[in-house]
Design a protein around this ligand. Structure first.
Ligand code: GDP
Length: 297
């Protein structure tokens, strides 16, 4: 689909004179290719621009190591800079769940993969850390979404809060908290309602739930294939609700993962996990190295 960036850069440098150091012109020519590659990978324009500027400063004047071609050297500089920008927490997969029962608030738009991700993370906490997890759906507008969480819970062997018709999200959050305390759970996860677009009601509801639950983690789930939209959604949720991390879903798709770079650069929020499919085990801790490789192609 895309020409690989390493190949492109090698092509550029083959046409340039061999020198002992990367000259400003060499670097400029190469960076034009880098910028195109970033844009093709769905990185937003201002982020691509800033990124290229940072790389330019690092690359100019660097002496060319004998063992690699200038093209490979620039690719390495670009790769290292990508990792540098993408890197968030030292251990993005470590959720703050001391002081049981620890509330985790899950927020995001409808269809982003929020309910699936809630169940995936619950399973992960159970399987890897031996935690007792309680999940509760707060999506009172969509009974099917509440059912979906209950079905997933059965499938993965994680308890869900019984559904009580007519209860509002804040009341459900309170009941989840009580049940989690009485039932000796380590963690309770609140799967908030999603809408197709962010609106005031959605935000007000999530904020009310947040105030009641006082979550240790507020994870925003966004569709990694939606590029700049994902970044706008994250900015808004973070402004209004405050998020502690982002989960990028659908990273198994054929997108190039550029949203990750824009997300990190624009919102400053760490990407904690990536969703890699529909199955309950298809989630991994975010690894900057891997996404960097993917963006470079
Ligand atoms: P919600 O409306 O945000 O709760 O979204 P759901 O959790 O119901 O997910 C919507 C659809 O996306 C479902 O069919 C999921 O199986 C699917 N889905 C969720 N996460 C991923 C992912 O990482 N990769 C893929 N390929 N599909 C996913």
């Amino acid at each position: 689909m895309f020409e690989n960036l390493s190949d492109r850069l090698s092509g550029v440098f083959d046409r340039l004179t061999k020198q002992g150091a990367l000259s400003e012109d060499d670097v400029k020519t190469a960076l034009r290719e880098v910028r195109v590659a970033l844009l093709e990978a769905d990185v937003s324009l201002p982020v691509a621009r800033d990124f290229v500027k940072a790389v330019q400063e690092k690359a100019t004047g660097q002496s060319v190591t004998k063992s690699v071609t200038p093209g490979q050297q620039v690719v390495k500089i670009v790769h290292d800079e990508l990792v540098h920008v993408l890197k968030g927490d030292a251990d993005p997969g470590a959720l703050k769940i001391d002081n049981p029962p620890a509330p985790i608030l899950m927020v995001g738009l409808q269809g982003s993969g929020k309910t699936t991700t809630t169940a995936k993370l619950a399973k992960r906490l159970k399987d890897r850390e031996g935690k007792r997890v309680l999940m509760a759906s707060l999506d009172t507008n969509r009974p099917a979404a509440m059912e979906q969480l209950a079905i997933l819970g059965k499938q993965i062997g994680v308890d869900t809060l019984p559904i009580v018709k007519g209860e509002d999200p804040v009341a459900i959050a309170r009941r989840a908290k009580t049940q989690a305390s009485l039932g000796g759970y380590d963690v309770y996860m609140l799967d908030t309602a999603g809408r197709l677009h962010i609106d005031e009601e959605l935000i007000a509801q999530a904020a009310a739930v947040r105030d009641v639950a006082q979550p240790r983690e507020t994870l925003l789930v966004v569709d990694g294939l939606t590029g700049q939209d994902a970044v706008n959604v994250a900015t808004e949720f973070d402004d209004k609700i405050g998020v502690t991390g982002v989960v990028l879903t659908r990273m198994d798709g054929d997108g190039r993962g550029g949203a990750a770079l824009s997300m990190r650069a624009i919102t400053g929020k760490p990407i904690r996990f990536v969703g890699l499919g529909e199955k309950m085990d298809a989630i991994e801790t975010f690894e900057p190295d891997r996404i960097a490789g993917r963006i470079l192609g």
